[in-house]
Design a binder for this molecule. Structure first.
Ligand SMILES: [Zn+2]
Length: 141
């Protein structure tokens, strides 16, 4: 059962990686849009880690991280599959190291990095307030 679930989760994640304009990234964009943030979709490619949203006016980038792949600390979504544990741990360690490198590269370039965890999308109002606070916007609906 655990393996079946992780397989499904894996293919779900892979489908998300193929199309960045669906699912969580899109939800985060729509929240930012409603906060009155303006951004273009094509400008991220030149930045480290290809951020999901680039908010030039705020000198900020938003990275939407899947809790499983990016190992959200303390999150119940950040499970470890029961088989091939070593190779999973290795993969996870590489992902976390890459995230760290990406963050520092972005910060060296003068960007503020805002990470949105996928589990936060279960509470869109809370996420909207957090983003509003960070970007000093009024959290109106
Ligand atoms: Zn999470």
């Amino acid at each position: 059962m655990a393996d079946r679930l992780s397989r499904e989760r894996r293919s779900w994640n892979m489908s998300r990686i193929r199309n960045k304009n669906t699912g969580p990234e899109r939800q985060v964009r729509s929240i930012l849009h409603r906060l009155g943030c303006r951004f273009r979709l094509k400008s991220a490619g030149r930045l480290p880690g290809t951020p999901d949203v680039v908010l030039r006016r705020h000198q900020s980038v938003v990275l939407v991280h899947g809790c499983f792949w990016h190992r959200h600390t303390g999150c119940k979504e950040a499970t470890t599959p029961k088989s091939n544990v070593d190779s999973w741990m290795d993969k996870f360690a590489k992902n976390v190291a890459r995230d760290r490198r990406t963050n520092s590269a972005l910060m060296r370039l003068g960007w503020r990095v805002i990470v949105v965890w996928e589990c936060e999308l279960a509470h869109p109002h809370r996420l909207r307030s957090r983003l509003a606070r960070l970007l000093k916007k009024r959290p109106i609906a």
